[in-house]
Design a protein. Sequence first.
Length: 152
Amino acid sequence: MAIQIQVNGKTHSVDTPPQTPLLYALRNDCDVNSAKYGCGAGQCGACTVIINGSAIRSCITPISAIKGNVTTLEDYQNDPVLKALNKSFIAEQAAQCGFCIAGMMMSAKGLLDKNKNPSDAQIKSALNGNLCRCGTYSRILKAVKSAAKELA
Ligand code: FES
Ligand code: FES
């Protein structure tokens, strides 16, 4: 049976079992590839997207549980916070291989949507569940701080 989900304001009809992880539907059926498959177990944050203002792990969220719009990095041109993060991540050269970066930016958006002037500790706490195997954490922290400054 087809399940309808809204992604970045656009409705998609996805013919898949209800327990299918949202991540699979995004990548296979919705042409959304920013969210990545890292661990598939809610442990690395590579698959992070925003639903109803909260950063969630799309690899462990069944598509049948989705209520409300799913925001992904593909929407950065329409979202002032993602736009600022996109600019600052590039300016600070925060990406090395880039695999973790979309998830980092979505977790950062989840924070900055609620708090435009976060402390270093609050940023680290918000990104605590996002892993970067390249270890660019200090540049990522600088990028989030720079985006917050622009948005304040
Ligand atoms: Fe979802 Fe790692 S792929 S948390
Ligand atoms: Fe490579 Fe983070 S930039 S995993």
